[in-house]
Design a protein around this ligand. Sequence first.
Ligand code: F6P
Length: 365
Amino acid sequence: MRIALSTGGGDAPGLNAVIRAATFAALRRGWEVVGIRDGFNGILFPDHYPDGSGVFRLTAQNVRGIGHLGGTMLGSTNRGNPCHYPVVQPDGSVVYEDRTRHLVDLFREAGVDALVSIGGDGSLSIAQRLYEEGMRVVGVPKTIDNDLDRTLVTFGFATAVEIATESIDRLFTTAASHSRVFVVEVMGRNAGWIALYAGVASGAHVVLLPEIPFSYDAIARAIKRREDNGAHYTIVVVAEGAAPKDGHQEVIDRPHDHAERLGGIGHVVAEELTRLTGKEARTVVLGHLVRGGTPTATDRLLGSRFGAAAVRALEEGENGVMVALNEPDVEYVSLADAVGRLRTVPLDCDTLLAGRELGTSFGDD
Ligand code: F6P
Protein backbone atom coordinates (compact mmCIF):
# COMPACT_ATOMS: atom_id res chain seq x y z
CA MET A 1 0.00 0.00 0.00
CA ARG A 2 1.36 3.39 -0.99
CA ILE A 3 -0.45 6.49 0.25
CA ALA A 4 0.07 10.16 -0.58
CA LEU A 5 -0.40 13.10 1.78
CA SER A 6 -1.29 16.55 0.53
CA THR A 7 -1.97 19.80 2.41
CA GLY A 8 -4.03 22.46 0.65
CA GLY A 9 -5.44 25.92 1.34
CA GLY A 10 -4.19 28.31 4.01
CA ASP A 11 -1.81 26.73 6.49
CA ALA A 12 -3.13 26.02 9.98
CA PRO A 13 -1.34 25.08 13.21
CA GLY A 14 -1.55 21.30 13.58
CA LEU A 15 -0.87 20.35 9.93
CA ASN A 16 2.54 18.94 10.76
CA ALA A 17 1.03 16.91 13.60
CA VAL A 18 -1.36 15.31 11.06
CA ILE A 19 1.51 14.57 8.64
CA ARG A 20 3.62 13.05 11.40
CA ALA A 21 0.76 10.94 12.79
CA ALA A 22 -0.45 9.69 9.40
CA THR A 23 3.10 8.81 8.39
CA PHE A 24 3.89 6.90 11.57
CA ALA A 25 0.52 5.11 11.50
CA ALA A 26 1.10 4.08 7.87
CA LEU A 27 4.72 3.01 8.36
CA ARG A 28 3.62 0.92 11.34
CA ARG A 29 1.36 -1.01 8.94
CA GLY A 30 4.22 -1.55 6.52
CA TRP A 31 2.83 0.97 4.00
CA GLU A 32 4.81 3.49 1.97
CA VAL A 33 4.07 7.19 2.30
CA VAL A 34 4.80 10.03 -0.10
CA GLY A 35 4.24 13.74 0.39
CA ILE A 36 3.04 16.02 -2.42
CA ARG A 37 4.50 19.50 -2.40
CA ASP A 38 2.34 22.63 -2.37
CA GLY A 39 -1.14 21.16 -2.55
CA PHE A 40 -1.12 19.12 -5.77
CA ASN A 41 1.51 21.21 -7.57
CA GLY A 42 4.27 18.72 -6.76
CA ILE A 43 2.61 16.01 -8.83
CA LEU A 44 0.97 18.27 -11.46
CA PHE A 45 4.08 20.32 -12.22
CA PRO A 46 7.16 18.16 -11.49
CA ASP A 47 9.29 20.53 -13.61
CA HIS A 48 8.82 23.21 -10.95
CA TYR A 49 10.80 20.95 -8.62
CA PRO A 50 14.08 20.35 -10.49
CA ASP A 51 15.50 18.41 -7.55
CA GLY A 52 12.69 15.87 -8.04
CA SER A 53 11.10 16.73 -4.70
CA GLY A 54 7.58 17.41 -6.05
CA VAL A 55 6.61 13.95 -4.77
CA PHE A 56 8.93 12.62 -2.08
CA ARG A 57 9.08 9.81 0.44
CA LEU A 58 7.94 10.52 3.98
CA THR A 59 9.92 8.55 6.49
CA ALA A 60 10.33 8.27 10.23
CA GLN A 61 13.43 10.42 9.81
CA ASN A 62 11.87 13.37 8.02
CA VAL A 63 8.61 13.58 10.03
CA ARG A 64 10.27 13.07 13.39
CA GLY A 65 9.95 16.05 15.75
CA ILE A 66 7.69 18.16 13.53
CA GLY A 67 4.46 17.82 15.55
CA HIS A 68 5.00 21.03 17.49
CA LEU A 69 5.89 23.13 14.44
CA GLY A 70 3.44 25.50 12.75
CA GLY A 71 2.92 25.60 8.98
CA THR A 72 3.22 22.48 6.84
CA MET A 73 6.42 20.67 5.86
CA LEU A 74 4.73 19.81 2.53
CA GLY A 75 3.98 23.41 1.60
CA SER A 76 0.51 24.51 0.60
CA THR A 77 -1.34 26.70 -1.84
CA ASN A 78 -4.79 28.17 -2.08
CA ARG A 79 -4.46 28.98 -5.77
CA GLY A 80 -4.73 26.94 -8.96
CA ASN A 81 -7.61 24.57 -8.11
CA PRO A 82 -6.91 21.57 -10.44
CA CYS A 83 -10.66 20.96 -10.90
CA HIS A 84 -11.16 24.55 -12.04
CA TYR A 85 -7.71 25.50 -13.24
CA PRO A 86 -7.33 29.05 -14.53
CA VAL A 87 -5.50 29.34 -17.84
CA VAL A 88 -4.83 32.91 -18.91
CA GLN A 89 -5.43 33.36 -22.64
CA PRO A 90 -3.28 35.54 -24.96
CA ASP A 91 -5.98 38.26 -24.84
CA GLY A 92 -5.84 38.29 -21.02
CA SER A 93 -9.14 36.48 -20.50
CA VAL A 94 -9.20 33.41 -18.24
CA VAL A 95 -10.49 29.98 -19.26
CA TYR A 96 -10.99 27.34 -16.55
CA GLU A 97 -9.97 23.72 -17.24
CA ASP A 98 -10.98 20.63 -15.27
CA ARG A 99 -7.76 18.65 -14.70
CA THR A 100 -9.22 16.18 -12.20
CA ARG A 101 -8.92 13.16 -14.54
CA HIS A 102 -5.34 14.08 -15.38
CA LEU A 103 -4.51 14.33 -11.67
CA VAL A 104 -5.99 10.88 -10.96
CA ASP A 105 -3.89 9.44 -13.83
CA LEU A 106 -0.76 11.06 -12.40
CA PHE A 107 -1.46 9.47 -9.01
CA ARG A 108 -1.86 6.06 -10.72
CA GLU A 109 1.42 6.55 -12.61
CA ALA A 110 3.12 7.40 -9.31
CA GLY A 111 1.85 4.10 -7.88
CA VAL A 112 -0.29 5.85 -5.28
CA ASP A 113 -3.16 3.68 -3.99
CA ALA A 114 -4.86 6.26 -1.81
CA LEU A 115 -4.74 9.94 -0.97
CA VAL A 116 -5.05 11.61 2.43
CA SER A 117 -6.12 15.14 1.60
CA ILE A 118 -5.72 17.60 4.45
CA GLY A 119 -7.51 20.88 3.97
CA GLY A 120 -10.51 23.14 4.34
CA ASP A 121 -13.63 23.26 2.23
CA GLY A 122 -11.75 24.10 -0.99
CA SER A 123 -9.26 21.23 -0.68
CA LEU A 124 -11.91 18.77 0.50
CA SER A 125 -14.09 19.69 -2.51
CA ILE A 126 -11.13 18.79 -4.74
CA ALA A 127 -10.78 15.53 -2.76
CA GLN A 128 -14.44 14.77 -3.39
CA ARG A 129 -13.98 15.36 -7.14
CA LEU A 130 -10.93 13.05 -7.16
CA TYR A 131 -13.02 10.40 -5.39
CA GLU A 132 -15.76 10.77 -8.03
CA GLU A 133 -13.10 10.19 -10.69
CA GLY A 134 -12.03 6.92 -9.07
CA MET A 135 -9.29 7.95 -6.66
CA ARG A 136 -9.31 6.39 -3.20
CA VAL A 137 -9.51 9.32 -0.79
CA VAL A 138 -9.82 10.18 2.89
CA GLY A 139 -10.14 13.84 3.91
CA VAL A 140 -8.85 15.52 7.06
CA PRO A 141 -10.61 18.76 8.03
CA LYS A 142 -8.37 21.75 8.65
CA THR A 143 -9.08 25.44 9.07
CA ILE A 144 -8.49 28.11 11.67
CA ASP A 145 -11.96 29.43 10.73
CA ASN A 146 -13.74 26.37 12.21
CA ASP A 147 -16.37 26.70 9.51
CA LEU A 148 -16.70 23.05 8.43
CA ASP A 149 -20.09 21.63 9.17
CA ARG A 150 -19.58 17.95 9.82
CA THR A 151 -16.95 18.05 12.54
CA LEU A 152 -17.34 19.48 16.01
CA VAL A 153 -14.13 21.43 15.52
CA THR A 154 -11.22 21.68 13.08
CA PHE A 155 -7.58 21.76 14.14
CA GLY A 156 -5.97 25.19 13.94
CA PHE A 157 -8.97 26.89 15.52
CA ALA A 158 -7.81 26.46 19.13
CA THR A 159 -4.43 28.03 18.37
CA ALA A 160 -6.02 30.94 16.49
CA VAL A 161 -8.33 31.61 19.46
CA GLU A 162 -5.43 31.37 21.90
CA ILE A 163 -3.25 33.85 19.99
CA ALA A 164 -6.14 36.24 19.35
CA THR A 165 -7.12 36.14 23.04
CA GLU A 166 -3.59 36.80 24.23
CA SER A 167 -3.25 39.69 21.77
CA ILE A 168 -6.52 41.26 22.91
CA ASP A 169 -5.44 40.85 26.55
CA ARG A 170 -2.33 42.86 25.74
CA LEU A 171 -4.36 45.69 24.23
CA PHE A 172 -6.45 46.15 27.37
CA THR A 173 -3.58 47.78 29.24
CA THR A 174 -2.81 50.38 26.57
CA ALA A 175 -6.51 51.01 25.96
CA ALA A 176 -7.04 51.67 29.69
CA SER A 177 -3.85 53.72 30.13
CA HIS A 178 -4.67 56.00 27.18
CA SER A 179 -8.48 55.98 27.46
CA ARG A 180 -8.71 54.72 23.90
CA VAL A 181 -10.94 52.56 21.82
CA PHE A 182 -9.09 49.63 20.25
CA VAL A 183 -10.61 47.82 17.29
CA VAL A 184 -9.06 44.38 16.79
CA GLU A 185 -9.74 42.72 13.43
CA VAL A 186 -9.44 38.93 13.30
CA MET A 187 -9.61 36.41 10.46
CA GLY A 188 -12.38 33.86 10.00
CA ARG A 189 -13.83 34.54 6.55
CA ASN A 190 -17.63 34.42 6.68
CA ALA A 191 -17.77 32.73 10.08
CA GLY A 192 -17.36 34.60 13.36
CA TRP A 193 -16.01 31.74 15.49
CA ILE A 194 -12.56 33.21 16.14
CA ALA A 195 -13.97 36.67 16.95
CA LEU A 196 -16.67 35.20 19.21
CA TYR A 197 -14.44 32.83 21.17
CA ALA A 198 -11.51 35.23 21.56
CA GLY A 199 -13.86 38.15 22.22
CA VAL A 200 -15.76 36.42 25.00
CA ALA A 201 -12.64 34.75 26.45
CA SER A 202 -10.78 38.06 26.67
CA GLY A 203 -13.76 40.00 27.97
CA ALA A 204 -13.89 42.37 24.98
CA HIS A 205 -16.72 44.89 25.29
CA VAL A 206 -18.01 44.75 21.72
CA VAL A 207 -17.83 41.76 19.36
CA LEU A 208 -18.88 42.09 15.73
CA LEU A 209 -19.61 38.94 13.74
CA PRO A 210 -20.52 38.25 10.10
CA GLU A 211 -23.63 36.50 11.43
CA ILE A 212 -24.99 39.68 13.11
CA PRO A 213 -25.14 42.85 10.97
CA PHE A 214 -24.17 45.67 13.30
CA SER A 215 -25.13 49.30 13.77
CA TYR A 216 -22.50 51.95 14.49
CA ASP A 217 -24.98 53.74 16.75
CA ALA A 218 -25.32 50.60 18.89
CA ILE A 219 -21.53 50.41 19.31
CA ALA A 220 -21.34 54.13 20.12
CA ARG A 221 -24.06 53.63 22.75
CA ALA A 222 -22.06 50.77 24.30
CA ILE A 223 -19.00 53.05 24.48
CA LYS A 224 -21.10 55.83 26.01
CA ARG A 225 -22.51 53.46 28.65
CA ARG A 226 -18.97 52.49 29.61
CA GLU A 227 -17.90 56.14 29.78
CA ASP A 228 -20.87 56.89 32.04
CA ASN A 229 -19.74 54.06 34.31
CA GLY A 230 -16.23 55.45 34.54
CA ALA A 231 -14.60 53.05 32.05
CA HIS A 232 -12.96 55.35 29.51
CA TYR A 233 -11.71 52.65 27.19
CA THR A 234 -13.37 50.02 25.03
CA ILE A 235 -12.14 46.94 23.21
CA VAL A 236 -13.99 46.07 20.01
CA VAL A 237 -13.28 42.74 18.30
CA VAL A 238 -14.41 42.62 14.70
CA ALA A 239 -14.39 39.57 12.46
CA GLU A 240 -12.98 40.32 9.00
CA GLY A 241 -16.30 39.22 7.46
CA ALA A 242 -18.54 41.42 9.65
CA ALA A 243 -20.60 44.14 7.98
CA PRO A 244 -22.90 46.94 9.10
CA LYS A 245 -26.67 46.69 8.57
CA ASP A 246 -27.38 47.90 5.04
CA GLY A 247 -23.61 47.91 4.40
CA HIS A 248 -21.16 45.52 2.81
CA GLN A 249 -18.13 43.41 3.71
CA GLU A 250 -14.73 45.04 3.20
CA VAL A 251 -12.64 43.22 0.59
CA ILE A 252 -8.87 43.60 0.07
CA ASP A 253 -8.85 42.02 -3.39
CA ARG A 254 -10.58 39.50 -5.62
CA PRO A 255 -7.92 37.36 -7.30
CA HIS A 256 -9.39 35.31 -10.18
CA ASP A 257 -8.08 32.01 -8.81
CA HIS A 258 -8.66 32.58 -5.11
CA ALA A 259 -11.66 33.29 -2.93
CA GLU A 260 -12.00 37.03 -2.38
CA ARG A 261 -9.76 38.28 0.39
CA LEU A 262 -11.70 39.91 3.20
CA GLY A 263 -10.15 42.63 5.33
CA GLY A 264 -10.25 46.31 6.20
CA ILE A 265 -13.40 46.49 8.31
CA GLY A 266 -11.32 47.28 11.43
CA HIS A 267 -10.17 50.62 10.02
CA VAL A 268 -13.66 51.53 8.82
CA VAL A 269 -15.14 50.78 12.27
CA ALA A 270 -12.43 52.79 14.07
CA GLU A 271 -12.97 55.85 11.85
CA GLU A 272 -16.70 55.73 12.28
CA LEU A 273 -16.45 55.35 16.07
CA THR A 274 -14.10 58.34 16.33
CA ARG A 275 -16.61 60.36 14.33
CA LEU A 276 -19.53 59.26 16.52
CA THR A 277 -17.88 59.39 19.96
CA GLY A 278 -15.00 61.86 19.59
CA LYS A 279 -12.71 59.27 21.18
CA GLU A 280 -9.40 58.19 19.75
CA ALA A 281 -9.94 54.78 18.13
CA ARG A 282 -7.01 52.69 16.91
CA THR A 283 -7.02 49.53 14.84
CA VAL A 284 -4.92 46.38 15.20
CA VAL A 285 -5.27 43.78 12.43
CA LEU A 286 -4.07 40.42 13.75
CA GLY A 287 -4.15 38.86 10.27
CA HIS A 288 -1.90 35.86 9.73
CA LEU A 289 -0.40 36.11 13.24
CA VAL A 290 -3.23 33.90 14.54
CA ARG A 291 -2.44 31.28 11.90
CA GLY A 292 1.27 30.84 12.44
CA GLY A 293 3.62 29.50 15.06
CA THR A 294 3.41 26.68 17.56
CA PRO A 295 0.08 24.83 17.69
CA THR A 296 -1.53 24.50 21.10
CA ALA A 297 -1.61 21.07 22.72
CA THR A 298 -5.29 20.84 21.75
CA ASP A 299 -4.47 21.29 18.05
CA ARG A 300 -1.48 18.96 18.15
CA LEU A 301 -3.59 16.30 19.79
CA LEU A 302 -6.49 16.74 17.37
CA GLY A 303 -4.08 16.73 14.41
CA SER A 304 -2.46 13.54 15.71
CA ARG A 305 -5.85 11.89 16.22
CA PHE A 306 -7.05 12.92 12.76
CA GLY A 307 -3.83 11.76 11.07
CA ALA A 308 -3.96 8.35 12.74
CA ALA A 309 -7.71 8.03 12.07
CA ALA A 310 -7.25 8.78 8.36
CA VAL A 311 -4.88 5.82 8.03
CA ARG A 312 -7.19 3.64 10.14
CA ALA A 313 -10.07 4.60 7.83
CA LEU A 314 -8.07 3.44 4.80
CA GLU A 315 -7.18 0.19 6.53
CA GLU A 316 -10.86 -0.38 7.29
CA GLY A 317 -11.66 0.04 3.60
CA GLU A 318 -13.26 3.48 3.86
CA ASN A 319 -13.29 5.71 0.79
CA GLY A 320 -14.74 9.15 0.02
CA VAL A 321 -14.95 10.01 3.71
CA MET A 322 -13.65 12.71 6.02
CA VAL A 323 -12.47 12.07 9.56
CA ALA A 324 -14.47 14.19 11.99
CA LEU A 325 -14.54 14.88 15.70
CA ASN A 326 -17.68 13.71 17.45
CA GLU A 327 -16.44 13.65 21.05
CA PRO A 328 -15.23 11.41 22.49
CA ASP A 329 -14.68 9.71 19.14
CA VAL A 330 -13.28 10.44 15.74
CA GLU A 331 -15.77 9.16 13.19
CA TYR A 332 -15.98 9.05 9.40
CA VAL A 333 -18.52 11.16 7.55
CA SER A 334 -19.15 11.19 3.83
CA LEU A 335 -17.07 13.83 2.03
CA ALA A 336 -20.04 14.63 -0.18
CA ASP A 337 -22.04 15.59 2.92
CA ALA A 338 -19.18 17.54 4.45
CA VAL A 339 -18.19 19.88 1.63
CA GLY A 340 -19.94 23.05 0.55
CA ARG A 341 -21.68 23.48 3.90
CA LEU A 342 -20.44 26.54 5.71
CA ARG A 343 -20.87 26.34 9.48
CA THR A 344 -21.46 29.79 10.85
CA VAL A 345 -22.19 30.84 14.44
CA PRO A 346 -25.82 29.96 15.32
CA LEU A 347 -27.52 32.98 16.86
CA ASP A 348 -28.69 30.89 19.81
CA CYS A 349 -25.31 29.28 20.51
CA ASP A 350 -24.34 29.15 24.14
CA THR A 351 -21.12 31.19 23.81
CA LEU A 352 -23.04 34.02 22.15
CA LEU A 353 -25.72 33.89 24.87
CA ALA A 354 -23.02 33.89 27.55
CA GLY A 355 -21.43 36.96 25.94
CA ARG A 356 -24.75 38.79 25.96
CA GLU A 357 -25.34 37.87 29.62
CA LEU A 358 -21.89 39.24 30.48
CA GLY A 359 -22.85 42.55 28.90
CA THR A 360 -20.93 42.19 25.64
CA SER A 361 -22.49 44.21 22.84
CA PHE A 362 -22.79 42.47 19.49
CA GLY A 363 -23.60 45.77 17.81
CA ASP A 364 -27.27 44.94 17.46
CA ASP A 365 -28.76 46.32 20.70
O1 F6P B 1 -9.27 30.26 5.78
C1 F6P B 1 -8.20 30.67 6.56
C2 F6P B 1 -7.91 32.14 6.36
O2 F6P B 1 -6.84 32.48 7.21
C3 F6P B 1 -9.10 33.06 6.57
O3 F6P B 1 -9.38 33.31 7.92
C4 F6P B 1 -8.65 34.27 5.80
O4 F6P B 1 -9.73 35.03 5.33
C5 F6P B 1 -7.90 33.66 4.64
O5 F6P B 1 -7.51 32.37 5.02
C6 F6P B 1 -6.70 34.45 4.20
O6 F6P B 1 -6.13 33.84 3.09
P1 F6P B 1 -4.71 34.29 2.49
O7 F6P B 1 -3.65 33.80 3.43
O8 F6P B 1 -4.66 33.66 1.17
O9 F6P B 1 -4.76 35.78 2.43
